[in-house]
Write a protein that binds this ligand. Structure first.
Ligand code: PEP
Ligand code: MG
Length: 551
């Protein structure tokens, strides 16, 4: 048994085979093998699977597209069955004693290079076909598909790191857990894993080795430990822990249906953060008092083109209806920095966290913003929807957002489309600028929600993505807690409510501080609702102090 240590970023236990994410043909590495027969069989199976898929595509193209496209797929199928191509792959396999993937990739590259070198326009174009067929064969070998599905059976997915869009595009039914070499607690991938309730460990560094691919493993998302080929003692210890945690969770069942209220009657509402309507079942199962943050950008990240007004409306309406009158705060598009979608064609930036992201993109590209706002207002007719703007730094930004909202409402009026005119508008407090001018901002909006992930990043000048900076990224820092207090005082002076929707909200150690500051709402991953409610119900708000704000 080998044990590797990382940072547990999403609790829970999982057991299954480790499977390394293979992004594309470019990621194939040469793995030596003694079992050439097994690799040969894999190649033969992948070749015939590819040829069969291509023949089906050719059929489909003949009925649904045109003869030219059908002909192209037929030519691709012929290549997958071509004797010279197959022989070349098998020769490489024998000569290099390597894995099937490496042999296929090398043969594909050699064939493509040969075609390009012929200096003939027609043959050069065939190089692209060879690459395409090679990619298909590789996908069939690895179980990966163009949409990022990794394996045919559920696995513990391993990778150097995962981007939020990769995480979203994975087939969740095949993922038992995530383990990554890089990454941090505050990365969006960790946040996504928590909201999906999938155990995850990041920051495993060089301890996570490619040679573990395919081995049986157990991961403990709470302790951050990965057990490769776990022995009997480790397994029984993990089973005991699992039973203990189950018992704890069952003891919390009693908290369902109870109010989020302290012993002395102070209300601190516990809502949930979600990334898609798929997460709403978990909100309901954990009796969340509402949705305090719906990260709408995940809708954009999971798509290959801008989601239309109709597509968005459907999703927002579904969320509003499913929550049955409970409040659903939908944050407008917060894309940029680590959340990239190729079709936005965002320019590569030196400092993306300080660059063109979130509300800046929406204000610069109002057509995208308008489509989303129309969908949001239309959904407001079906439940208790509130709209929230991210990454605000100035009063003029809020005014411009509100002006566009007013235009959208006027359009809907003219078209006779129903919506709620009193839909609340809030902003995220996640930049030091917004804290410092919180008094002015509070006069412009209906509520504040503090994004402590970004607020910590910007207040401490510390990249939230970096595993290396872990010890410097301290959301308990007095600067962050004082910022919270300043924003809360400004909100209450203006008579509006303030919540926390960053990851810090779920930290039970800070509950008394939040009560002393006067926070009105916490929005956390669904699994954190009941433990927090239990703690709130055994705390007396009147005796909570602000000691942690001292340096
Ligand atoms: C935050 O910054 O705390 C937040 C809730 O937003 P995100 O994590 O999506 O940036
Ligand atoms: Mg943020």
């Amino acid at each position: 048994m080998i044990v590797i240590d990382g940072k547990g970023v999403s609790g829970g236990l999982a057991r299954g085979p480790i499977c390394f994410l293979r992004r594309s043909a470019a990621d194939v590495t040469k793995i030596r093998t003694d079992n050439l027969k097994a690799e040969q069989d894999r190649i033969t199976a992948a070749l015939s699977e590819s040829a069969a898929q291509l023949k089906i595509l050719a059929e489909k193209a003949r009925t649904e597209a045109d003869h030219e496209t059908a002909g192209l797929f037929e030519a691709h199928a012929l290549l997958a069955e071509d004797e010279i191509y197959t022989e070349t792959i098998m020769n490489i396999l024998r000569e290099q004693q390597c894995c099937a993937e490496y042999a296929v990739q090398t043969a594909g590259e050699q064939f493509a290079a040969m075609m390009t070198a012929m200096n003939d326009e027609y043959l050069s174009a065939r190089a692209v076909d060879i690459k395409d067929v090679t990619r298909r064969i590789l996908n069939n070998l690895t179980g990966a598909a163009d949409n990022g599905i990794i394996s045919k059976t559920p696995v513990i997915l391993a990778a150097d790191d995962l981007t939020p869009s990769e995480t979203l595009q994975l087939d969740k039914s095949k993922i038992l857990g995530f383990i990554t070499a890089e990454g941090s607690d505050n990365s969006h991938t960790a946040i996504l894993a928590r909201s999906m309730g999938i155990p995850a460990i990041c920051g495993l560094g060089s301890g996570l080795r490619q040679e573990y691919d395919g081995l049986d493993a157990c991961i403990d998302g709470s302790s951050g430990k990965v057990y490769i080929e776990p022995d009997e003692t480790a397994l029984s210890e993990l089973e005991t822990q699992y039973a203990r945690r189950q018992e704890f969770r069952e003891s919390l069942e009693d908290m369902k249906g109870r109010e989020d209220i302290t012993l002395d009657g102070r209300r601190l509402t516990v809502c949930c953060n979600v990334g898609s309507p798929d997460d709403i079942a978990a909100v309901q199962n954990n009796d969340g008092s509402g949705i305090g943050l719906f990260r709408s950008e995940f809708l954009y990240l999971a798509a290959s083109d801008y989601p239309s007004e109709e597509e968005q409306f459907k999703v927002y309406r579904e969320a509003a209806e499913a929550m049955n009158g409970k409040r659903v705060v939908i944050r407008t598009l917060d894309i940029g920095a680590d959340k990239q979608a190729a079709y936005f064609q965002l320019r590569k930036e030196e400092n993306p966290a300080l660059g063109m992201r979130a509300i800046r993109i929406c204000l610069n590209r109002p057509e995208i913003f308008r489509t989303q706002l129309r969908a949001l207002y239309r959904a407001s007719a079906y439940g208790n929807v509130a709209i929230m703007f991210p990454m605000i730094t100035s009063v003029w930004e809020v005014r411009e957002c509100r002006r566009i909202c007013a235009e959208v409402m006027a359009e809907l009026d003219a078209e006779g489309i129903p919506y709620r005119k009193d839909t609340e508008i809030g902003i995220m407090i996640e930049t030091p600028a917004s804290v410092l001018i919180a008094d002015a901002l509070a006069k412009e909006v209906d509520f504040f929600s503090v994004g402590t992930n970004d607020l910590t990043q910007y207040a401490l000048a510390c990249d939230r993505q970096s595993a290396e900076l872990d010890r410097f990224f301290d959301p308990h820092h007095p600067a962050v807690l004082r910022a919270l207090k300043m924003a809360a005082d400004a909100a209450h002076a203006a008579g509006i409510r303030i919540g926390i929707c960053g990851e810090l909200g779920a930290d039970p150690e800070l509950l008394e501080t939040f009560l002393a500051i006067g926070i009105d709402e916490l929005s956390v991953s669904p699994a954190s609702v009941l433990p927090l409610r239990a703690k709130i119900r055994e705390t007396t708000a009147g005796t909570c102090t602000l000691d942690l704000l001292k340096c």
